[in-house]
Design a protein around this ligand. Sequence first.
Ligand SMILES: [Zn+2]
Ligand SMILES: [Zn+2]
Length: 228
Amino acid sequence: MKKSSMEFDLHTHSSQGSACSRMHIWDLIQAACQKGLDGVCITDHDYCWDPGDLAKLHRESGIQVYGGVELSTSVGEILVYGVHQPLLHLRDDLAKLTLLVRELGGLMVAAHPFRTDFALSAFSREERGLEPIEVEEMCRRPVFDFVDTLEVYNGRSSWQEIQAARKAAVVLGRKGTGGSDAHSVLSVGSCVTVFDNPVESEIQLVAQLRKGRFQAKKKEVSQHVLGM
Ligand SMILES: [Zn+2]
Ligand SMILES: [Zn+2]
């Protein structure tokens, strides 16, 4: 029977493309299969996977495997989908980067946009005499002038950070995405994006993201959040 919706982890890191990840690409894909995901995007740091290698992984695993990149830029980390060429040289020229990604039919998502704001817990902010963080103020940051949307559910984010991102998505009028940001097999699929309609290609995935035909959600508390 054909599925009516599809669940993807849009944010994962393999040891081949991210020095901080302990997870071999095959372990990542196996974990995604075991967790019943329909697909996964490999979004290594500033690293562009060969589309042919990803297509091979897709064929051999039976689940959809697409590329992507988590680009370090002057306005924070940005997840780029649907582009298969190096973009690192444009990371400090956001206007050019945005133009090129659009020309190539890609899409940009602000990754965990409030991570540094919540490096301190609400209590420790209060103890240190810091003002509470205003989401409306955070939404005026330059990154939101460039990206198509923002990541709301990130498997490595605290609940406070996720709540702020949820509010920001409402303020900005965008649908927020979800991804585990997994660096180890335990976390794969901890946060996901559920597409309303079946996705059968990378072009369809980007088109559905652009149209906002999806819901993001947290599936389980990742080991990272538990401090394990
Ligand atoms: Zn990141
Ligand atoms: Zn990441």
